[in-house]
Design a protein around this ligand. Structure first.
Ligand code: SAM
Length: 211
């Protein structure tokens, strides 16, 4: 399999172990080596998608809308290699840490907003973003992706992490993933899926493009 990493993301040695890394100030106590910081796929669904060599289409420098930024673990890595990165998070507590991660990242724009109400940030986020990364871990994950498709360029990509147990704790995750994919088909063509099991229990990684 070819290694499909964007410019600005590398596999580098940290204490004798090869790990994904980006260049930027550390955010969550991750190992550093000079200006490089290790990207822990166990704490990041997008990191897991890269480690599993999913073809995200990312090349580096893209405009990104990130939904479910939490305290900035993953979106800080994204802002290290991407262009303007709009980070939506609706919980005030993690958003405080997100603001801190943005202090050293001039391309990272935290938005304390609800991803189910895209009209509340439509005036801030430029239209035609290249990539939507979504990791909201709440019920209605397909709906959030569909409601935000309005921001995505025609040739853009959705990189979605679906948490089965956020949709329904009692159902078989495989059945939940099927339903989410069927719902997504309303607005997206699915290009690739992979279970992220090795890093994140009951999660599916999806790469899709708008229809
Ligand atoms: N993506 C983060 C990372 O890798 O660093 C972890 C995200 S965590 C699994 C899910 C986050 O999505 C939580 O911080 C939660 O508050 C946020 N979230 C859930 N529903 C949301 C919504 N409707 N709008 C904005 N944020 C939401």
């Amino acid at each position: 399999m070819s290694d499909v990493l964007p410019d600005g993301v590398e596999r580098r040695q940290f204490d004798g172990t090869e790990r994904l890394a980006t260049r930027g100030e550390p955010v969550y106590g991750e190992p550093i080596d000079g200006e490089w910081r290790a990207w822990n796929p166990n704490r990041s669904k997008l990191g897991a998608m890269f480690d599993l060599e999913m073809d995200t289409g990312l090349e580096g420098g893209e405009t990104v809308l990130y939904l479910g930024a939490a305290s900035g673990t993953t979106v800080s890595h994204v802002a290290d290699f991407a262009g303007p990165t709009y980070a939506v998070e609706f919980a005030p507590r993690p958003a405080r840490d997100l603001l801190e991660a943005a202090e050293t990242r001039p391309r990272l724009f935290p938005l304390l907003k609800d991803a189910r109400k895209p009209e509340t940030y439509a005036h801030v986020v430029e239209s035609d973003v290249d990539v939507i990364v979504q990791d909201v871990a709440t019920r209605g994950q397909a709906r959030v992706a569909l409601e935000n498709a309005q921001f995505l360029a025609d040739d853009g990509r959705l990189l979605l992490a679906v948490k089965a147990r956020s949709e329904d704790v009692t159902r078989d995750p495989a059945a939940v993933f099927e339903d989410v994919q069927a719902a997504l088909e309303d607005g997206y063509e699915i290009l690739e899926t992979q279970r992220l099991e090795a890093y994140h229990t009951d999660h599916l990684g999806i790469v899709a493009r708008p229809r």
